[in-house]
Design a protein around this ligand. Structure first.
Ligand SMILES: Cc1cc2nc3c(=O)[nH]c(=O)nc-3n(C[C@H](O)[C@H](O)[C@H](O)COP(=O)(O)OP(=O)(O)OC[C@H]3O[C@@H](n4cnc5c(N)ncnc54)[C@H](O)[C@@H]3O)c2cc1C
Length: 389
């Protein structure tokens, strides 16, 4: 697929220059009032479109499909820059969700027609895509899903309920996992691309939530939705394989922006530790604060290596199930802990919404839940180490 690259590329001059251009773009062009959007649960389509114009939605896709053709290393490092400089973690999460889950699935498993039909418009921001897997009774045990895809003349009829779909309320196309026969277990799971205007598709407005409030998340109901043969993504019964490949991208690369957030939090915390004085001294001179800052740095560097290793393996076309699970666990827990540490270091000021410190902590909580909870990453790692199921 032409995604191969050398490990050095993460630190190459062109990659770092591109990262810097993303940082400058975010500082100059993503200046919307995130405190207000977060309070009002609002998504900035305008900011989304600016990111698309800059090319952030097509970082790892070839130019004939509307992408920038820059490769995986550049994409990962660029997302780091976005996470670092853009204060809107919801927007960053949404861009990454679309990039690594839906777009990569269409790129890797789509037919020529499906790629041409969706990818250029997704890269340009003209349309938005979401992925719907979770259901009321199937979350961590994702392949026990009940949404049924009944085969009929010329296609399939889908019926079921999907919950917690990131970007669902804004989506023009939804990648839906359904089963063609529940008795087949994971071998019946099949992926479909369902267009927004499909009769019977009901997309709820955004749900109120704890963090990532600037990206909409909603429930989707499929009431006898006819999806033509051309809407089948990958093979009939191949949905679990597609979803596993997608999860490797999601657990590994999608969290690249979180490295940038960890870096921003570290810089903020170092600055605060050097300037804030108590008992006649900078608070950074207290060992407790120094330990916290040191641990934030360790978490940042460990997280970066975990993501780079996963991205590199994926680029080689190798399996990265174990590495992706490690990266997901590491990043999720690191972001949560560093969010807590940053608030602690800023004292009561960190607790005030106006200072934009507490929001990172609220946003971090989702990271230990979506794409498989941290508990599930532990389960995956233990199984891959040979422990019995
Ligand atoms: C911000 C956010 C965005 C999301 N976006 C999407 C999306 O775009 N599309 C989508 O389909 N879904 C999405 N989800 C849903 C997400 O994938 C699920 O929440 C997640 O898979 C967990 O499933 P669940 O919520 O049903 O929890 P459950 O599976 O019910 O788990 C409940 C608890 O039990 C633990 N648990 C479950 N099984 C085990 C086990 N075997 N061993 C140990 N502990 C276990 C879990 O870790 C958790 O603590 C999103 C969720 C969040 C928070």
């Amino acid at each position: 697929m032409g995604l191969e690259f050398s490990f050095d590329e993460f630190w190459s001059q062109p990659t770092l220059e591109f990262k810097q251009s993303v940082v400058e773009f975010a500082r100059e062009s993503l200046t919307h009032d995130v405190v207000a959007l977060d309070r009002d649960l609002e998504f900035s389509r305008d900011a989304w479109n600016r990111c698309a114009e800059f090319g952030l939605l097509g970082l790892c896709l070839p130019s004939d499909l509307g992408g920038r053709g820059g490769g995986i290393a550049r994409a990962v490092v660029a997302m780091e820059g976005l996470g670092y400089a853009c204060r809107d973690n919801g927007l960053t999460f949404g861009i990454n969700a679309q990039t690594w889950t839906t777009q990569m699935s269409i790129f890797e498993f789509g037919t020529r027609d499906q790629r041409r039909r969706y990818l250029p418009d997704l890269c340009s921001g003209k349309i938005i895509a979401a992925q719907a897997i979770t259901e009321p009774d199937s979350g961590s045990d994702a392949y026990s899903l009940k949404t049924l895809a009944r085969e009929v003349d010329g296609g399939y009829v889908l019926s079921g309920e999907k919950i917690m779909v990131t970007l669902g309320p804004e989506a023009d196309v939804i990648l839906v996992l359904a089963t063609v026969d529940a008795s087949l277990g994971q071998w019946g799971v099949t992926a479909f691309l369902v267009d927004r205007d499909t009769p019977g598709l009901l997309v709820e407005p955004a749900r109120e939530k704890m963090g990532l409030r600037t990206i909409p998340l909603g429930h989707v109901t499929l009431n006898d939705c006819f999806v033509p043969e051309g809407g089948l993504l990958g093979q009939k019964g191949g949905g679990a394989a597609l979803s596993s490949a997608s999860l490797e991208w999601e657990r590994g690369c999608m969290l690249a922006s979180q490295i940038g957030i960890l870096e921003r939090q570290l810089e903020q915390s170092v600055a605060e530790s050097r300037t804030r004085k108590q008992f006649g001294k900078a608070i950074g001179s207290f060992q407790t604060i120094g330990n916290r800052v040191a641990e934030m740095k360790i978490r940042l560097e460990a997280s970066r290596m975990a993501v780079y290793r996963t991205a590199w393996l994926k680029g080689q076309g190798k399996s990265a199930v174990l590495e992706a699970a490690i990266a997901k666990f590491q990043l999720g827990e690191a972001l949560l802990q560093s969010g807590i540490d940053t608030v602690r270091i800023h004292g009561g000021r960190g607790y005030l919404t106006e200072n934009e410190v507490e929001r990172d902590l609220r946003d971090a909580m989702g990271t230990v839940l979506y794409g498989g909870t941290s508990d599930i990453q532990r389960v995956v790692i233990a199984r891959l180490l040979g422990l019995p199921a």
